[in-house]
Design a protein around this ligand. Structure first.
Ligand SMILES: Nc1ncnc2c1ncn2[C@@H]1O[C@H](COP(=O)(O)OP(=O)(O)OP(=O)(O)O)[C@@H](O)[C@H]1O
Length: 232
């Protein structure tokens, strides 16, 4: 699904990410774990094709990035919500769904399914400006899923979401993974990292280690220790 070869990203000649090499297979939940400023969002943006890399190669779904060809197969939830505040949740979902080519009965089915999943079905007719921060995060996730992408990038998806709903999200991520969806999720949250199939540890713009949660726990003692190690 994803192949990254010797990727490098610089801004104004300052190298932010370097020597990045990894692959992600279909049906994996991969966690990107690293301290603030380590380059997680920059890497995700390159994978989505929002920016041309300054070195190396990034292929997603068989296409070299940046490319718009696979846009309909990719979902993205950014760290900052990008929602139309004056529209209702339902209208936001309809808007983004149509951008991905959904219409008619299928569009309405997807809107209902995604609203139920994020527990917003009772609030679907409220304008987004009347939503709490957590509700906006939930709506952003619903939008990222509206077109049932093959591959989804979630940048710190559960910030502002309570533990019970977080668990529901993760159960659903695993369910979708079992149906073949592939996830790359950036997180700071240890219990989330433990639910990933594999974790990539990023520090100062480079991948310093990776493995299953079990492997990292064996090596570092705990995921938290592994995280602290990347923060040193
Ligand atoms: N457009 C840009 N121009 C210049 N520098 C940038 C740009 N985007 C990101 N950076 C720099 O790249 C580094 C990595 O930022 P990035 O947002 O990828 O980190 P992060 O790991 O996602 O952090 P956080 O967990 O706080 O969101 C930071 O030093 C940031 O200032």
């Amino acid at each position: 699904m994803i192949k990254v070869d010797n990727f490098e990203q610089a801004f104004h000649k300052k190298v932010i990410l370097k020597n990045i090499n990894f692959e992600i297979q279909e049906g994996e939940i991969v966690g990107l774990l690293g301290p603030s400023g380590s380059g997680k969002t920059t890497l995700i943006k390159a994978l989505i094709g929002l920016r041309k890399s300054t070195g190396g190669e990034v292929s997603v779904l068989g296409e070299r990035q940046p490319s718009l060809k696979q846009m309909k197969q990719i979902g993205y939830m950014a760290q900052a919500d990008a929602l139309y505040e004056e529209l209702t949740a339902k209208a936001n979902l309809a808007y983004f769904g149509r951008l991905y080519g959904l219409k008619g009965k299928r569009l309405h089915e997807r809107i209902d399914t995604c609203l139920r999943f994020v527990n917003l079905d009772q609030e679907a007719k409220k304008p987004v400006h009347a939503y709490s921060g957590g509700m906006k995060r939930r709506l952003s996730l619903a939008i990222a899923l509206i077109h049932r992408p093959k591959l989804i990038f979630l940048d710190e998806p559960t910030v502002g979401i309570d533990p019970a709903l977080k668990r529901v999200f993760w159960d659903e991520f695993e369910h979708l993974r079992n149906e073949g969806m592939t996830f790359l999720i950036s997180t700071h949250v240890m219990d989330e990292a433990e639910r990933c199939d594999r974790i990539l540890l990023i520090r100062n713009g480079t991948l310093i280690d990776g493995g299953t949660p079990k492997e990292l726990i064996q090596q570092y003692g705990s995921i938290e220790q592994a995280f602290l190690k990347v923060g040193e």
